[in-house]
Design a protein around this ligand. Structure first.
Ligand SMILES: Cc1cc2nc3c(=O)[nH]c(=O)nc-3n(C[C@H](O)[C@H](O)[C@H](O)COP(=O)(O)OP(=O)(O)OC[C@H]3O[C@@H](n4cnc5c(N)ncnc54)[C@H](O)[C@@H]3O)c2cc1C
Length: 489
C-alpha cells in the first residue's frame, strides 16, 4: 500500500472514531439532560402556594382575588374545564348579583345570624363598589341588581380578568383526590398535580345544578377533616304535588299567596306569580318556601300547601259573599248561567273546572241551583286549594341547596374552621341559603371576600409573605393542565 493511500485510510478511521464519539457523547448528554429534566419535574411538581382555593365558582373566584390582592400566591383548583359555569346560568342568563334590600331575614340555616359579621365586613355597598371597580356597571330593577350589559357572562369575564391581573393561577379539569392537613398547611393532590398550600379555602358549592360542577364531590373530604354537615336538600326548587288535577291546569300562571304547612303547622308563606305545571307548583313564591318543604320531607313530615288564588279578597267569608252574589243573585235576576259561567271572569278557565270539582259542584249545574254549603266550600277552595307536597324536582333543578357545613364549627368573623386551623369556607358549602333575588350570590361574594382575606392574612401566610425575596414563585410545570386565566379559554 502506498503511503498516501495509507494516510487517507487512517484519516477516515480517525474521523469515524471521532464521529462515533461525538454521537455517543451527544446521546450521553441527552440522557443526562432527560434525567435532569425528570428530576426537575419531580421537584417542580409540588406546587407551593400561600392560598389554595378549591372551587372556581362565585365564592371561590372572589376568595382568590381577595387573597391575591393581599399579596398571597393563590391557586384555584377547579374540576370542570372552566371556572364559573353556574354564574353563566344565574338570573336567566342576566345574573341578579345582589339586592338593595339586605338583612338577616333574607338568609336561612341553623343560625342565620351567622351572616351578620360577614356582611358587616363586606356587604351590599362593598359588593357594588367591587364590581364597579372591576367593570360591572349596575342596573337596578325593583331593588334587584344586574350588570347593565344584562349578561351573566360579563360578570364572569370581569372576575376572570381581575383574577388574571392579580396573578391568580387557575388549574382547571383537576379532580382533587387527596386533601391532607399537615403541620404548616395542606397537601392536596389531583390526578395531574401535587400542591402544598399554607391556607385552604373550600368553595366547592354543594349539589345544586350538578352539571355546572357542584356535585358534592368535596363533601367526603370535608367530613374527613372533621366537620359535620347539616342535612343537604334542594332549595329554590319546584315542588311536586300529589293531586291528580295538575295535568288539567298545567300552564296556568296566577298571582297568588302560597302557605306551607308542615304536620299541619303554618311554616312559611309567600306571594307572587305561581306557575302550575303537570307535576305540581313552580314560580318564585314556591321557590321561596321550597327549602322548608324539602327539609320537612327529608325528616319524614307531612307537607301541604294552600294556594289562595284571589289574595285581594282576604277571607273565605268575603269570598263566599262574592260567590253568593255571582251565583245566586245573578241567577235570581233570571240570567240562566251555569256554574262555570258564573265563575268566568274571576279566574282562569282551566282552574275554574278544578275548583268546582274540588267543591263538589258540577261544571254545568245551574248557578241558581248551587247550595250555600257548596258555595262555602268553593270559597274555601279559591282561598286555599290544597296541594299535598310529595317531593321536589331535586338537585338538578334546584338553584341552591339548604344545609351544608355546620356554622357552629366555623368562626363567623374569619370563616376559619374551628376544627382545622388554616381551613376556610366560602359560599354555598356553608349551611346558609338565601332567598331568591340575588341573596345567594351576595352570600358567595361576601363569604368569598372574608375567607380569602383571612386565608391570606393567616399567620403562616403572613410569615411567608414577610420573607419577601426568599419566596419561591408558584411553579406551573409546562406539561400542566393548569393554566393562567388568560390562556385558559
Ligand atoms: C339556574 C340558576 C340560577 C341562579 N340564579 C341566581 C341569581 O340570579 N342570583 C343569585 O343570587 N343566585 C342565583 N343562583 C344561585 C347561585 O348561583 C349560587 O348560590 C352561587 O353560585 C354559589 O356559589 P359558590 O361559589 O358557593 O358555588 P358554585 O357556584 O356551585 O361553585 C362551586 C365550584 O366548585 C367546583 N367544584 C365542586 N366540587 C369540586 C371539586 N371536588 N374539585 C374542584 N372543584 C370543585 C364547581 O365545579 C364549581 O365551579 C342561581 C343558581 C342556579 C343553578
Amino acid at each position: 500500500m502506498k503511503p498516501k493511500a495509507e494516510s487517507l485510510r487512517a484519516l477516515r478511521i480517525v474521523t469515524r472514531i471521532r464521529l462515533n464519539l461525538v454521537a455517543k457523547y451527544a446521546r450521553i448528554q441527552k440522557i443526562i439532560e432527560m434525567k435532569n429534566d425528570t428530576v426537575q419535574k419531580q421537584r417542580g411538581n409540588m406546587i407551593r402556594t400561600d392560598v389554595a382555593v378549591i372551587g372556581g365558582g362565585a365564592a371561590g373566584l372572589m376568595a382568590a382575588i381577595t387573597a391575591a390582592r393581599q399579596g398571597a400566591k393563590t391557586a384555584v383548583i377547579e374540576h370542570m374545564d372552566r371556572v364559573g359555569k353556574k354564574l353563566l346560568a344565574t338570573g336567566n342568563g342576566k345574573c341578579n348579583y345582589t339586592n338593595a334590600k339586605q338583612g338577616v331575614s333574607y338568609y336561612r340555616g341553623e343560625d342565620p345570624a351567622f351572616v351578620l359579621p360577614v356582611f358587616r365586613r363586606f356587604g351590599l355597598a362593598e359588593t357594588l363598589r367591587f364590581f364597579e371597580e372591576i367593570g360591572v356597571y349596575p342596573k337596578c330593577r325593583n331593588g334587584y341588581y344586574y350588570p347593565a350589559s344584562e349578561q351573566a357572562a360579563s360578570v364572569l369575564d370581569v372576575l376572570r380578568m381581575e383574577a388574571d391581573a392579580c396573578g391568580v393561577h387557575i388549574f382547571t379539569a383537576q379532580e382533587t383526590r387527596v386533601v391532607a392537613k399537615q403541620k404548616n398547611g395542606f397537601y392536596l393532590e389531583t390526578a395531574q398535580e401535587r400542591f402544598f398550600a399554607r391556607s385552604l379555602v373550600m368553595a366547592p358549592g354543594l349539589f345544586a345544578s350538578p352539571k355546572t360542577g357542584s356535585d358534592g364531590s368535596m363533601m367526603p373530604y370535608i367530613e374527613a377533616l372533621g366537620h359535620s354537615v347539616i342535612d343537604i336538600v334542594p332549595a329554590l326548587v319546584q315542588l311536586q304535588g300529589k293531586q291528580s288535577f295538575f295535568k288539567a291546569v298545567a300552564g296556568i300562571r296566577a298571582e297568588i299567596v302560597v302557605s306551607l304547612y308542615v304536620d299541619g303547622r303554618l311554616t312559611a308563606a309567600d306571594q307572587g306569580e305561581l306557575q302550575l305545571t303537570d307535576y305540581g307548583i313552580s314560580g318564585i313564591p314556591v321557590f321561596q318556601i321550597s327549602r322548608f318543604a324539602t327539609k320537612a320531607l327529608k325528616r319524614g313530615q307531612k307537607v301541604h300547601a294552600l294556594l289562595h288564588f284571589l289574595p285581594q279578597i282576604e277571607t273565605a267569608e268575603e269570598m263566599e259573599a262574592l260567590l253568593t252574589q255571582r251565583f245566586l243573585d245573578g241567577a235570581a235576576k233570571g240570567r240562566k248561567k251555569d256554574a262555570e259561567q258564573a265563575m268566568t271572569g274571576l279566574l282562569p278557565k282551566k282552574l275554574i273546572g278544578v275548583l268546582l270539582r274540588e267543591a263538589g259542584i258540577s261544571l254545568h249545574a245551574g248557578a241558581g241551583e248551587v247550595t250555600r254549603r257548596q258555595l262555602r266550600q268553593l270559597a274555601a277552595e279559591v282561598c286555599g286549594l290544597r296541594v299535598d307536597i310529595v317531593g321536589s324536582k331535586g338537585f338538578d333543578a334546584a338553584q341552591v341547596c339548604a344545609g351544608g357545613v355546620s356554622t357552629a364549627e366555623i368562626d363567623a368573623n374569619s370563616l376559619e374552621s374551628k376544627i382545622v386551623p388554616g381551613l376556610y369556607f366560602a359560599g354555598e358549602v356553608v349551611d346558609i341559603d338565601g332567598c331568591c333575588g340575588g341573596y345567594n350570590l351576595q352570600w358567595a361574594w361576601s363569604s368569598g371576600y372574608v375567607a380569602g382575606l383571612h386565608a391570606a392574612q393567616s399567620d403562616k401566610c403572613k410569615n411567608r409573605m414577610r420573607e419577601g425575596a426568599r419566596i419561591k414563585q408558584v411553579h406551573v410545570p409546562e406539561n400542566s393542565k393548569g393554566v393562567s386565566l388568560k390562556s385558559s379559554e
